[in-house]
Design a protein around this ligand. Structure first.
Ligand code: NAD
Length: 355
């Protein structure tokens, strides 16, 4: 049995661990369980989950719309009302079965319902397995601004079961892969080197890779659980990436952009900025740019797009007194947070991205 321990909760890998979850739920004698999922996961993931969960506790299933546009206050309100109507009390618990949207929103919903009830996380996307389910960040978007409302609330247990990836769209798999590349870029050169040539990666053994990412994220979170310092390095690619994601979310004529796709672009642009501010070797930058663009292709941004994207930067939670601060690299595996960056330099990053 593979298990990663955090100071607050265990992360178990593999189908056999639903028995551990079931035993824990039964022992705690929760009054009721709310299984929160989205409509896609309700159809594709819930049958497997329910077939393997041995629990005698009564449960209710609530589903939300799939995807990022549902990660908002209106959806939370609907879930809270359902919880009240279904009789969930202070001794109830939430289990999220879904991707990062379900775990971020479900974790937040649980963290404030009746001043906080327990939450268990069963991630069903690669992104949620390697990143969103670890570290206790919960939250929702506000008027398109990413993760503007939320809390640090640790789950009670996470169960990672790679079986769910069998039904996941390849584009969603690649979206999750971006966060794994990020883990390599900020923390582990040999991991990045292993992942960058995607054709050589053995996806038959994806659980080992997921576990490696979880260990890296967990290590960083343990050093700084509330993101006062070093945890910020996990935001590499996210300053620009979140601005791009918000712009696409708020613009109905734009095609959908997935979280990891936006982060992939953000990592290239922030690596470019790293060459200017922290002296990241330009050959290393080209290698980062080429390997990421090989996997994700190149998105075309017009001048008007870039101008609009830059306006979204003001919502970044790392900003201080209106100054944009981001995570930059001096080398692969060497990340530095709180680096002040001008809008002009970000613009140059977009220009270089488009070259
Ligand atoms: P998501 O939850 O929207 O899932 C992506 C899509 O895949 C959805 O349409 C969903 O219905 C579908 N899906 C989920 N599991 C499936 C399965 N097994 N088979 C088929 N389809 C399935 O998005 P995501 O990429 O998982 O997560 C993105 C979110 O995670 C973003 O909101 C991001 O901000 C957040 N995030 C949070 C953290 C954190 O630390 N809390 C870290 C990284 C990202």
């Amino acid at each position: 049995m593979i298990k990663v321990e955090t100071p607050d909760y265990p992360i178990y890998f593999g189908v056999e661990n639903y028995a551990v979850l079931g035993a824990y739920l039964n022992e705690k004698q929760y009054s009721k369980l709310l299984i929160l999922t989205d409509s896609t996961c309700n159809e594709l993931c819930l049958p497997h989950f329910l077939a393997h969960l041995p629990t005698t506790i009564p449960f209710e299933i609530v589903e939300i719309e799939p995807g990022e546009p549902a990660k908002n206050l209106a959806t939370c309100e609907g879930v809270w009302e359902a919880m009240l109507d279904l009789g969930l009390d202070r001794h109830s618990a939430v289990i999220t079965v879904g991707g990062g949207v379900v775990s971020d929103l479900g974790g937040f919903v649980a963290s404030v319902y009746m001043r906080g009830i327990d939450c268990f996380v069963v991630p069903t996307t690669l992104l949620a397995m390697v990143d969103a389910s670890v570290g206790g960040k919960t939250g929702i978007d506000l008027q398109g601004a990413k993760n503007c409302i939320g809390s640090f609330t640790m789950p009670k247990m996470v169960i990672i079961d790679a079986v769910y990836l069998e039904t996941l769209d390849p584009r969603e798999l690649k979206s999750g892969y971006a966060e794994m590349l990020k883990h390599g870029l900020i923390y582990d050169l040999s991991y990045f080197n292993h992942l960058k040539d995607i054709a050589q990666v053995d996806f038959g053994d994806i659980e080992t890779l997921i576990c490696h990412s979880v260990v890296i994220k967990n290590q960083i979170v343990q050093d700084d659980p509330k993101e006062a310092g070093v945890r910020k390095i996990l935001n590499f690619g996210h300053t620009v990436g979140h601005a791009i994601e918000s712009y696409y979310l708020s613009n109905p004529i734009k095609e959908r952009m997935l979280h990891g796709e936006a982060i992939a672009i953000g990592m290239i642009i922030e690596a470019y900025i790293s060459t200017v501010i922290l002296g990241l070797n330009s050959v290393v930058y080209q290698e980062i740019k080429e390997s990421i663009q090989y996997i994700y292709g190149k998105e075309i941004f017009s001048e008007a797009d870039v101008e609009e994207i830059l306006t979204w930067l003001k919502f970044d939670k790392k900003n201080r007194a209106g100054e944009i601060r981001m995570v930059l690299l001096s080398n692969i595996g060497a990340a530095f947070y709180d680096q002040e960056v001008s809008k002009d330099l970000i613009l140059k990053g977009f220009e270089d991205y488009l070259k």
